[in-house]
Design a protein around this ligand. Structure first.
Ligand code: S3P
Length: 425
């Protein structure tokens, strides 16, 4: 159990770790390339460590020199591993690795922890099967462990992703690298673009065309080139410190070098609508966000404003501190994350003292009008790093909390509690 004590005032500067999404992809593309790539700013989290270990099992070599990660992909390409591939808590690892091993001849077994073992993999099994590999798991939702029969003869597909998902898009694009013919992925809502952007940087032919709120991406088969990667920081981690600075009644917090990709920073528009005192200053390695104590007002948040909905739990904490009723619309995908974040976000707001209810895929939070009115609380994080961090923000700005299972924060942000402590005044 981890205790978080409230603090009277908060000030300081934080630089959050390297983006998980870009880190996974940098390791994967480096392993797929022939020769040595370097990666600066790799995420220190366990999720990314799982991807790294799997790339080594598939034949890549890794050496860390003075904080720079050197990865060499074998000239002959990756090959199947005798032992199972451990994805831990990381859905991104499992879904993207599935795309990669689909084109590697042999049988691959992918396993995850209790949280990942409950998450649906049918969303990747369907398109990867269409391409010619065979992905099997438990039940109709194809939950892990997965067995994948890879094939050297994948074919390109033209696929409309039913529910917008960067992981699904990426799994298909990575399989498309080794398919015969082009692969086309249509998404109705633009999700993060790391895979297509990074493949392009690695010399693979990829074109992206925006269509209304969505995009289609076409990839031609090819092998990524080795190169030097620099991983930007993770905006979804910056969101925790932004909300903390806003809801704490004596705070002035800066988050530096934040990647400001439009698919990742929707949470800033949501907070601005809530009346947040946020200042954004562009710099050479991203934006600096300054968040100062603010009296927030309720708003309506549609899932499409925060694609992948990673920021929903911490925005729920913001809504809990606001005055009025906030509506979180079309949030069904939250149920399928590391934990059921639909229930988890509502539980957290309820523990803080809010009136909370749901209708279908929408939930509503009636804020208590300020974090100083939050109740002290005890919560079980349920193997979900974002529930840990959202709870800690609420406890620090409010009247304290105890978090059971707080260690799971290490899946994305091992130094989170130290960075939080550095802001005490
Ligand atoms: C990720 C995509 C998102 C996000 C996850 C990381 C990625 O999921 O929640 O933490 O790196 O591709 P979706 O697949 O729902 O977009």
């Amino acid at each position: 159990m981890r205790r978080v004590e409230p603090v009277a005032a908060l000030t300081g500067v934080v630089r959050v770790p390297g983006d998980k999404s870009a880190s996974h992809r940098a390791l994967m593309l480096s392993a797929l390339a022939a020769g040595e790539s370097t990666i600066e700013g790799l995420s220190p989290g366990l999720d990314v460590a799982a991807t790294s270990q799997i790339m080594i099992q598939l034949g890549a070599q890794r050496e860390d020199v003075a904080g720079v990660v050197h990865v060499s992909g074998p000239a002959s390409g990756l090959r199947a591993s005798e032992s199972s591939l451990q994805c831990g808590n990381s859905g991104t690892t499992m879904r993207l690795v599935s795309g990669i091993v689909s084109s590697i001849e042999g049988e691959h077994r992918l396993e995850g922890d209790d949280s990942l073992s409950r998450r649906p993999m049918d969303r990747i099994a369907v398109p990867l099967d269409l391409m010619g590999s065979r992905v099997t798991g438990e039940g109709v939702r194809v939950t892990p462990p997965l067995t994948i029969h890879g094939s050297r003869n994948l074919r390109g597909i033209d696929y409309r992703v039913p529910t917008p998902s960067a992981q699904v898009k990426s799994a298909i694009l990575l399989a498309g690298l080794a398919a015969q013919g082009d692969t086309i992925v249509h998404e109705a809502l633009r999700t993060r673009t790391n895979t297509e952007d990074m493949l392009r940087l690695a010399g693979v032919q990829v074109t992206s065309t925006n269509v209304h709120a969505g995009r289609h991406v076409v990839i031609s088969p090819g092998r990524p080139l080795a190169r030097a990667w620099r991983v930007p920081t993770d905006p979804s981690q910056a969101a925790f410190f932004c909300v903390l600075g806003l809801i704490h009644d004596q705070a002035d917090v800066e988050v530096i070098d934040v990647d400001d990709a439009p698919e990742r920073t929707g949470f800033l528009s949501v907070l601005s609508r809530m009346g947040a005192d946020l200042t954004l200053t562009p710099g050479t390695s991203g934006v600096t966000i300054r968040a100062r104590s603010s009296q927030l007002r309720a708003t309506e948040i549609h899932a499409s404003q925060i694609p992948s909905v990673d920021e929903a739990p911490v925005l729920t904490v913001a809504a809990a501190a606001a005055s009025g009723v906030s509506a979180f619309r079309d949030m069904g995908e939250l149920r399928l994350k590391e934990s059921d974040r639909f229930e988890g976000s509502m539980t957290l707001a309820r523990l803080l003292g809010c009136r909370v209810w749901s209708e279908g895929d929408d939930y509503f939070v009636e804020g208590v009008g300020g974090a100083s009115a939050f109740n002290p609380f005890v919560i079980n994080a349920g193997l979900d790093h974002r529930i840990v961090m959202s709870s800690a923000v609420a406890g620090l700005a409010g009247r304290g909390c105890d978090i059971d299972g707080a260690d799971t924060v290490s899946s994305s942000y091992p130094g989170f509690f130290e960075d939080l402590a550095s802001l005490r005044r």
